[in-house]
Design a protein around this ligand. Sequence first.
Ligand code: FAD
Length: 314
Amino acid sequence: MKVPEIMKQRMAFSFEVFPPKTDKGMQTLTGEGGVLDKLYTLKPDYISCTYGAGGSNVGLNVEVLKSIKKSGVSIPITHFTCVGNTKAGIKEQLETYLSNGIDHILALRGDLPFGWKGTGGDLHYATELVKFIRDSFGDKFTIGVAGSPEGHIQCRSIEADIAFLKQKQDNGADFIMTQLCWDMDQFRWWIDAIRAAGITMPVDVGIMPVLDARATINMALSRNGCVMPRALSELISKYWTFPDPFTADAEPKDAKSDAEYAQKKSDFREAGIEYTIKLIDEYRVAGIDGIHLYALNKYDDVARIVKESGIWDL
Ligand code: FAD
């Protein structure tokens, strides 16, 4: 079954992983008894794999997706971007996906590498990529697209952003995967706004588990400009590792401070898991069609969130 069809019947649940940079990381993810094998036990509807800027990790991305396909448990979805890709290069890569049975794609513009002004490729926006895939491959691919409930960081207005999202639908996209958003009032506004704009695609919500203060701040602010609600800011403040979470790894100087540091990180993780579960509850009543958890190539904490939130039973 295709992902949008699953979402028509019930709420979907899925994971996102990334291609590891090392052989050891690859073995940990895709090897026997590895992270993917453990994630399959949770029976996610699909597992998506990210795609690096300029196709820098394309070989490893395909390897991860082939391994998911081979499992027969979950649908593999590849992320794909315009960055550094010519039309001929895109066709070639998409043919490779199809020949490996990977027929679901998240069509993105891509994060621009530092210092770049544009994609450096033949296509400039996700709208163009969606059209190109449909023109070149007909219905062979099921196409997901990104949606930004707070507006993409570079959009001239949220209305323009929503208009481009509608254009992605008109060009042939099938479903939306959202950028992370902790601001639930904004999210509810956005859902109403996209429906009013005639966007009928199912909405799969991207959730990054709050497990680490540094990663949370980094994800919110390095590229996305996400609002952090008071409750999340308080959580980060309460378990702050001095002088700051970005340099603290080097900071502990003796056994006592090492232990205090480890305790704070562990306490933050516990509170973050609770926060993430409550966020999932709020999303589930906000009229969405799927929960997409960034598994971050890990199992234990993600499995807890899946089980304790109840999305395992979806
Ligand atoms: P677009 O929809 O093209 O939008 C980009 C900007 O241009 C927006 O401000 C929009 O308002 C504006 N715009 C759109 N169309 C037009 C137009 N026709 N004319 C003028 N302006 C326009 N990045 C990666 O590199 N690899 C990944 O694997 C990856 N995975 C992701 C997964 C998810 C679920 C999400 C939400 C994002 C992911 N990203 C990934 C990040 C994504 O590539 C960035 O957010 C990127 O900056 C924008 O991608 P987009 O597809 O939303 O772009």
